[in-house]
Design a protein around this ligand. Structure first.
Ligand code: ADP
Ligand code: MG
Length: 320
């Protein structure tokens, strides 16, 4: 990927991630508008600060329903619906487990099996009561905690895309640290998004995904983890066991129109594993996936909305 003089890049650290915005014009005020918007969204959805719209719901768990804004209510409604799908590995009430493990934060540790059992009883998504008329959210049990970490970045990436569109921007890229959303085709006929080499330095790529006006979301077990006694504990938890999801996958990348879908599907497919995912994806043509496995395979579900260029000979490519 050669640097292109027509592209202006703006960066910031927000939501605990490096954020990158690429524009086709030098426009500081547009860039600040984007970063302001992301900050505003972050302050709404974060659970890593004492106060936010989501923390207000969590603080009132077992006590009161909390009325929220329309977009917050809609996102929670969506998160609940996905969490309640049969056998879903996505669970937005996973908060108590995430807080206990502290993976990716200081103070991480392996919880006792008994603790996990206790905390698991606080993660039933059916215990989140939504009232459309009052737009309120009620966590039925004290100690329950919503965590939108697996969906919020995707949602925000789409909010940024819509904002840029409203500003008549036709060509841009926003990367929220693993969640990429694009407008237009970039400088070279398509935007090029690198697929990172697992557990290598961030600039080492095993391939490039080319898209036009699509989202590319990657969730990998090498992003946030800690190691203890030869075991690796990463940040995507299995809602059934309370332990990190363990299968053949190192990462799942989703190519889709909306980044929120990418964020949802990376987590869902992560739990399904490769074989089941490939079967499932046959029925949903607008969602496409790239899997990277422990045994050095890159598996492409299909390539309708993107092109893939491999960059590392040590990986075997399979296309369906
Ligand atoms: P990232 O972009 O940081 O990799 P993901 O979309 O993979 O984020 O979501 C991981 C985050 O979602 C975790 O940091 C945690 O806050 C939360 N989480 C962990 N396990 C689950 C799960 N099974 N379902 C829903 N959210 C989860
Ligand atoms: Mg996700």
């Amino acid at each position: 990927m050669t640097p292109d003089s027509r592209i202006y890049a703006y960066s910031a650290v927000l939501m605990g991630s490096p954020i990158l915005l690429k524009l086709f014009e030098h426009n500081e005020s547009l860039a600040s508008g984007v970063f302001r918007l992301i900050k505003l969204q972050e302050s709404t959805f974060t659970v890593n600060r004492p106060h936010s719209d989501i923390m207000a719901i969590n603080h009132a768990a077992g006590r009161d329903p909390v009325t929220v804004s329309e977009p917050v209510f809609e996102l929670i409604r969506r998160a609940k619906a996905i969490s309640c799908l049969p056998d879903s590995s996505f669970n937005f009430t996973i908060g108590p487990l995430v807080k206990r493990w502290k993976i990716g934060f200081s103070g991480h540790s392996i919880p006792a099996a008994q603790d996990l059992q206790t905390l698991l009883s606080l993660t039933n998504p059916e215990d989140v009561i939504l009232d459309e008329h009052t737009r309120s959210v009620f966590l039925q049990q004290a100690g329950m905690e919503i965590d939108l970490g697996a969906i919020a970045k995707g949602y925000i990436a789409d909010v940024v895309r819509d904002y840029l569109r409203d500003q008549q921007v036709e060509n841009a890229l926003i990367n929220l640290g693993g969640n990429v959303q694009t407008l237009g085709a970039g400088a070279e006929g398509a935007w090029a998004i690198g697929l990172k080499k697992p557990f290598a330095s961030p600039d080492e790529l095993i391939g490039v995904i080319n898209v036009t006006g699509k989202s590319v979301v990657t969730s990998g077990i090498y992003e946030r983890y800690f190691e203890l006694d030869g075991h690796r504990y990463h940040h995507i938890l299995d809602p059934k066991t309370g332990y990190p999801l363990d299968n053949e996958l190192l990462s799942v990348t989703i190519i889709s129109e909306d980044s929120i879908d990418g964020d949802i599907w990376t987590t869902l497919l992560y739990g399904m594993g490769v074989e089941k995912s490939l079967e499932y994806l046959k029925q949903i043509p607008h969602i496409e996936a790239v899997f990277v496995t422990h045994d050095g395979q890159i598996i492409l579900s299909s390539q309708r909305q993107f092109a893939f260029t491999p960059l590392d000979d040590s990986y075997r490519i399979t296309t369906y």
